[in-house]
Design a binder for this molecule. Structure first.
Ligand code: 5AD
Length: 352
């Protein structure tokens, strides 16, 4: 079989040549090589975590953002975005409901909103940890100072998600406004790791101007950085951003990236993202079949859900909502996995 050597090389912890990796990224859907790639990714995942998909409850705390990333619907120049912000009470109510459903990880995510100071966030984090001491708290509030990350960690935060977005500095500059820098992004990721967080990076597949070389750099970056988690989903245009006329990323390429990342970093926690599920009804199942092992259904209050609009058509009902756990469970099953509501810590630091 063509590319069997390259896939075996990945399985053994090696790195195939750039041309082989590029070929692997672009094999056709369902061909023999792709089946072997996915089967290998599942075997590697199952050896460490079992055939398990971990569910996290996602709470989208703020639709305000001071940044102006060209791809994102929450960018500050989008005058059409309906902004909202959850109060501590709203968040505690969502956590309480999620706890009742069985969630033991809560992901608080939001734009870079000045309202969520260290004090405000620390109070929320410590309240969650006091009341629900068996739960993990994951934060995703963008770039902050090392001191801020330190305080939030001290307040009890366990994990932090900050996608690197692209590992090519020139590409980074085309996706972001001048005041943002690739260097600071990476510095933030390093700080988070040093402070003892379980850290997630990640990138969009098919973002505007992305080349194969950029994707290879993303894969190599993840292999070297060895994050605990990585969010990898297709780019989807948002009609009120400068990138509204670009095509969405490719589902097939996204799932092949997931499988390659699984082989490069065997113990990584890898979500089948909402963007993947938004682009294709089979997206999530295809993600699980390619070695993904996390899902993050939405626990935000109903009124907030439609407003956290990163891209057009973002799903927030059915299996994307916490109320849709039964659907998620059957999707996991159809990919040969069980759905777990446990904390689902990284293999290096399992507590429960
Ligand atoms: N398409 C896909 N993903 C997007 N994100 C932001 N905008 C889009 C988009 N248009 C992703 C970014 C960010 C995460 C919160 O959402 O990668 O890090």
């Amino acid at each position: 079989m063509k590319l069997k050597g390259a896939i075996d090389c990945l399985r053994e912890g090696g790195i195939p040549s750039d041309s082989e990796l590029t070929e692997l990224l672009h094999v056709s859907d369902c061909c023999e090589a792709e089946e072997y790639l996915f089967k290998s990714a599942r075997e590697v995942r199952d050896k460490i975590y079992g055939p398990t998909v971990f569910a996290r409850g996602l709470i989208e705390a703020s639709g305000y953002c001071k940044n102006d990333c060209l791809y994102c619907g929450l960018r500050r120049s989008n005058g059409k975005a309906e902004r909202y912000r959850l109060t501590k009470d709203d968040i505690m109510t969502s956590v309480c409901a999620g706890y009742g459903m069985g969630f033991r990880t809560f992901v608080l995510q939001g734009g870079e909103d000045g309202y969520f100071t260290d004090e405000v966030l620390s109070d929320i984090i410590s309240s969650i940890k006091d009341r629900y001491s068996d739960c993990a708290v994951t934060l995703s509030f963008g770039e902050r100072s090392r001191e801020s990350y330190r305080r939030l960690r001290e307040a009890g935060a366990d994990r932090y998600l900050l996608r690197h977005e692209t590992a090519t500095p020139e590409h980074y500059a085309r996706l972001h406004p001048k005041e943002m820098s690739f260097g600071n992004r990476i510095k933030c990721l390093e700080n988070l790791k040093e402070l003892g967080y379980q850290v997630g990076c990640g990138f969009m597949v098919g973002s505007p101007y992305q080349t194969d070389e950029d994707v290879l750099r993303d894969l190599r970056f993840i292999r070297n950085f060895k994050p605990h988690m990585a969010g990898i989903g297709p780019f989807i245009p948002h009609g009120d951003t400068p990138f509204k006329s670009f095509h969405a990323g490719c589902v097939g390429l996204t799932v092949r990236c997931l499988a390659i990342v699984r082989l490069m970093v065997p113990d990584i926690l890898l979500p089948a993202t909402t963007a993947l599920a938004t682009l294709s009804d089979e997206g999530r199942v295809r993600g699980f079949l390619a070695g993904a092992n996390v899902v993050m259904p939405n626990l935000s209050p109903e009124e907030a859900r439609g407003k956290y609009s990163l891209y057009d058509g973002k799903k927030n009902t059915g299996a994307e909502s916490a109320e849709g756990l039964a659907i998620l469970e059957s999707e996991a099953l159809s990919a040969g996995c069980r759905l777990s509501m446990s904390r689902g810590d990284h293999a290096d630091m399992r507590k429960y």
